[in-house]
Design a binder for this molecule. Structure first.
Ligand code: SF4
Ligand code: SF4
Length: 126
């Protein structure tokens, strides 16, 4: 009798799962709803960045780099493959220039070459 009860429980679970459908999403072909506050892909607003370098100083993964010639002349680089998505840069930036989105992060097969120019100040482009 005990065995029969167990089998019935399993059968119930199987029928329930068949009715409910899969819990997984065929990402990237299906919609994926990530929760609010998810620390995903980094977003950057160059207009808000002052080049202070606090994010670079506090990044534990060496994922940010500031090449600064002067107050007006600097470039801020980001290495996504090194990033731990810890959120420290967002906390450190007092200007709100850097933040996490709740989008999933990208991928690469060339992690050392994967670098994004977050900001190139006008002076350093001249
Ligand atoms: S999320 Fe963390 S590891 Fe990534 S750049 Fe910001 S401080 Fe560095
Ligand atoms: S992103 Fe923020 S903390 Fe980083 S250099 Fe720009 S202003 Fe400073």
């Amino acid at each position: 009798m005990e065995k029969f009860k167990k089998r019935l429980t399993i059968l119930n679970a199987v029928i329930e799962a068949l009715i409910k459908g899969p819990e997984t999403v065929k990402y990237p072909f299906g919609d994926l709803a990530l929760p609010e506050g998810y620390r995903g892909k980094i977003e950057f607003d160059p207009d808000k960045c002052s080049g202070c370098g606090l994010c670079v100083r506090d990044c534990p993964a060496d994922a940010l780099q500031l090449n600064k010639k002067s107050r007006e002349e600097y470039t801020l680089l980001y290495y996504p493959a090194r990033c731990a998505y810890c959120g420290q840069c967002e906390d450190s930036c007092h200007h709100g220039a850097i933040s996490h989105s709740n989008n999933l992060v990208g991928a690469t097969t060339h992690k050392d070459d994967w670098v994004l120019v977050f900001k190139e100040s006008k002076a350093s482009q001249e």
